[in-house]
Design a protein around this ligand. Sequence first.
Ligand code: ADP
Ligand code: MG
Length: 198
Amino acid sequence: MGGVKAALRQSYLKRRKQLSAEQVCILSQKAQQRVLALLAFSAARTVGLYAPHGNEVDTGLLSRFAQATGAVVASPRVVHGTMEFVRFDSECAWQPGMFGILEPSLETQLARSCQVAPEAFDVIVVPGVAFDPAGNRLGYGKGFYDRFLAQCAPECVFIGLAYDFQLEDKLPREAHDIALDYVVTDAKSVACPALSRA
Ligand code: ADP
Ligand code: MG
């Protein structure tokens, strides 16, 4: 299983690397507009958003929308090998964390008070290397999101955000893999059948 996932990761990441900055921008706007059309996102009061890295679909529009509605918006950071989410706002500075991914830059004491617990989220927008219409997700191979999403409330909505070429017919799924509720791309929104999150 590990080998199958690793080979898929390599080919999908290679393809994403080839996108131009202009393609990233145009396709990201389209994909984000589709997320904004989902009530699960637009009505959410506590929102998890990743900071885009390595040609991932941008989340800037989603971030600005959520902040304008007064939602609590939080982004991941890795502390002692564990991913947690910390609140950010438009004033917040960002600094590169693990793998060079930007994280809200907060003084430790403040960061602790700004941590948003997994069970507090209404919606989390999840990055990935590939997705399938059943809601299966291929991540970067570290299982960070699988571990975090497993702690969220059953009502929390997980939205995978990607380019349309990142949709695979059927991805391998292991017992620890947490399925998504929606997969949204520049071309479509897929409502996934409810799969066990266990
Ligand atoms: P990704 O989801 O990033 O594509 P994988 O699903 O292949 O990566 O998982 C990577 C590693 O993380 C695996 O070795 C897996 O055992 C571990 N892992 C994932 N979820 C959990 C969990 N809930 N508890 C413990 N280990 C986990
Ligand atoms: Mg996984």
